[in-house]
Design a binder for this molecule. Structure first.
Ligand code: IPE
Ligand code: IPE
Ligand code: MG
Length: 226
């Protein structure tokens, strides 16, 4: 999920951008629970891109505080729902207090198996690709091996999974440096609604849309039908 549109939603309602992010957190909670009900295996929420560091300091600070509060608040709920929570992205640039909270929540929920919730924070697909490529050192390796290296540079699960469906709210039709390698054959869905307006029904609709698609991975249609 590319959770876009918090700021525009807030401005349209005469609120601060930070209030928009607060509203976005409420949506994230609802969508996580809905995804568990929809039997999603792995849900990745794009919460903060590496390029988002370039935003005004006040907004960045407010977001980092919000992430920490969200992690602390959601830990128990994740545990109850069988949700394993991890973050995806660089950890070394996060505030120490947030990093500590992330460590705690990750170990607390480590044995949960109903759904894996990954929150992408300080995430950049291109940076991850560059770091993984540096580890290859000119060797010729398989796609699968490279996917593993990519997961490793962001301390993600190994083996990493390909993305099935990307949903981006907020009306923009782009990936903004999200899981570029893993999205090679992902289905893309762009939704006009701003993230704070997105709800469980919208998720169900997105899932139904996904199920109706034909994925061919380069094959001819008749090869896939058989
Ligand atoms: C997405 O909402 C959340 C983050 C990037 C943190 P935005 O903050 O990008 O909202 P818009 O796109 O400005 O409306
Ligand atoms: C992408 O949204 C990142 C997140 C949703 C966290 P942005 O709002 O940062 O993306 P651009 O700038 O519109 O491409
Ligand atoms: Mg945006």
């Amino acid at each position: 999920m590319i959770m876009d549109g918090n700021g525009r939603w807030a401005t349209a309602h005469g609120l601060s951008r930070s209030a928009g992010h607060e509203a976005g957190l409420r949506t994230a909670r609802e969508i996580v629970e809905a995804a568990v009900r929809e039997q999603v295996g792995t849900l990745t929420l794009y919460a903060f891109s590496s390029d988002n560091w370039k935003r005004p300091t006040a907004e960045v600070t407010a977001l980092m505080r919000l992430f920490r509060r969200a992690m602390l608040g959601e830990a128990k709920r994740c545990l109850e729902n069988g949700v394993r929570l991890t973050i995806l992205g660089r950890r070394d640039r996060l505030p120490a207090s947030l990093r500590q909270t992330v460590d705690q929540v990750e170990s607390l929920t480590a044995s949960c198996t109903r759904m894996h919730l990954r929150v992408a924070v300080d995430y950049s697909a291109r940076d991850a690709i560059l770091r993984a490529a540096a580890a290859v050192r000119g060797e010729v390796i398989s796609r699968e091996h490279f996917t593993e290296l990519l997961a490793r540079v962001d301390q993600d699960d190994i083996p990493a999974r390909e993305v099935d469906l990307v949903v981006r709210t907020g009306g923009e039709q782009r990936l903004s440096d999200f899981l570029l390698w893993e999205c090679a054959y992902a289905e893309l869905l762009f939704v006009e609604k701003m993230w704070p307006e997105f709800d469980a029904d919208d998720l169900a609709e997105a899932m139904a849309d996904f199920r109706s698609r034909n994925r061919r991975y380069g094959l001819a249609p008749e090869q896939v039908a058989s």
